[in-house]
Design a protein around this ligand. Sequence first.
Ligand SMILES: Nc1ncnc2c1ncn2[C@@H]1O[C@H](COP(=O)(O)OP(=O)(O)OP(=O)(O)O)[C@@H](O)[C@H]1O
Ligand SMILES: Nc1ncnc2c1ncn2[C@@H]1O[C@H](COP(=O)(O)OP(=O)(O)OP(=O)(O)O)[C@@H](O)[C@H]1O
Ligand SMILES: [Mg+2]
Ligand SMILES: [Mg+2]
Lengths: 227, 227
Amino acid sequence: IIEIKNLTKIYDTGKIKVNALNGVDFSIGEGELIAIMGPSGSGKSTMMNVLGCLDKPTGGTYFLDDTDVSTMSEDRLADIRNQKIGFVFQTFNLLARTSALKNVELPMVYAKLPAAEREERARKALTAVGLGERMYHMPNELSGGQQQRVAIARALVNDPKIILADEPTGNLDSHSSEEILLIFQQLNREGKTIVIVTHEPDIAQHCKRNVVFKDGVIIADKKVETV
Amino acid sequence: IIEIKNLTKIYDTGKIKVNALNGVDFSIGEGELIAIMGPSGSGKSTMMNVLGCLDKPTGGTYFLDDTDVSTMSEDRLADIRNQKIGFVFQTFNLLARTSALKNVELPMVYAKLPAAEREERARKALTAVGLGERMYHMPNELSGGQQQRVAIARALVNDPKIILADEPTGNLDSHSSEEILLIFQQLNREGKTIVIVTHEPDIAQHCKRNVVFKDGVIIADKKVETV
Ligand SMILES: Nc1ncnc2c1ncn2[C@@H]1O[C@H](COP(=O)(O)OP(=O)(O)OP(=O)(O)O)[C@@H](O)[C@H]1O
Ligand SMILES: Nc1ncnc2c1ncn2[C@@H]1O[C@H](COP(=O)(O)OP(=O)(O)OP(=O)(O)O)[C@@H](O)[C@H]1O
Ligand SMILES: [Mg+2]
Ligand SMILES: [Mg+2]
């Protein structure tokens, strides 16, 4: 469902020029569970931002469900970001003056769900990530790992077909990490396509395919051998 | 050099009340290298904020170099935060409109170091964490792991006696994590006292003492057996 060919992304601000992606070829089939790894600065988040239609590539092509993303209108892209793709940001990106509950409701506000249904689904999502007792806290009244879990809950709440999670367990202890991994595995069994950027070999081992980035290109792309 | 007795911290905003620390006893000798672990939400960052004089406890005592911190003036606390303690925040807390270089210079501005020396020390610190080629980037022009390394460089640049690092490798791949660990071990050999909150057993194994938090109290406090 995702076909990326010869993708390049250059950040050029005049003062600085960085080749963040240097010709990436990447296809993702429906229902895959992929871990992306690679050194800090190797282009993983940049790739995720392009996949999530949050950023436009400099060159190359990105076909999403057989449609060239570069031909899509801004409205259509906004719909895709809201309905089709759930995105967990590496730095959470929660609204600071909004409770955990309202933060998780936000994607459903855009989707025009009625208030009662929004609240119920947000509560359910927060409970699933272990934050049932923190729903009314503001982000700065939450621990780092709790903020991360609010970001995860928010990404799942519109039941998107594709989930892109950029280092979703970086701030979590092993127990909480496992709980998040179980959630992703369960969603994958239900048919969701999931891409997780991770530094943790343990998470990568529990995915079905591992992709490794280095200096803006993919240097390895392997199925995971299940023991 | 750090003596904490029966420390409690209650967050009470009227609407919500959380007992973040529930009677913590904790002493740290000069030159120790301690890893703090524990589940998400168990009070680790709260403990670090109290240790770093960034937050006042609700009850109990905190003696730093034999002085009761609760008796210190705001000016004295500001000096301690600037000169004696280097703090790496879990969520980096970089200034958004300031380059990596200027962010790292900031503690030295407060310490009134001359501009030429500030710039040289900032460059050195950024190079040591592998960011020699990213000095003029703004935080939003850096990857997550690069932002984390700027936060680490900034904490070290005033050559503080005590380093408090709250999950300094959460966004780093294993290679970059090792580099950071080596930096901390080297500083510890030079006599610095270092406390690292981490979720990674590998980091904990390379420290000399492991402390485990759960529900706002310390449930384990052991020397690391060197094999
Ligand atoms: N300002 C605040 N107001 C209310 N509750 C708070 C506040 N800050 C933290 N808490 C709560 O206090 C508890 C401890 O938070 P703390 O940040 O110390 O956890 P932590 O161990 O660092 O977790 P993590 O591993 O997720 O970073 C959490 O349950 C959190 O929800
Ligand atoms: N807006 C930007 N302007 C300039 N350079 C940028 C920008 N955003 C990212 N970069 C650079 O592009 C490269 C790739 O960044 P990216 O965030 O994709 O890395 P990453 O693999 O996600 O790293 P990490 O594991 O540290 O999160 C980095 O070297 C970074 O400095
Ligand atoms: Mg990244
Ligand atoms: Mg924390």
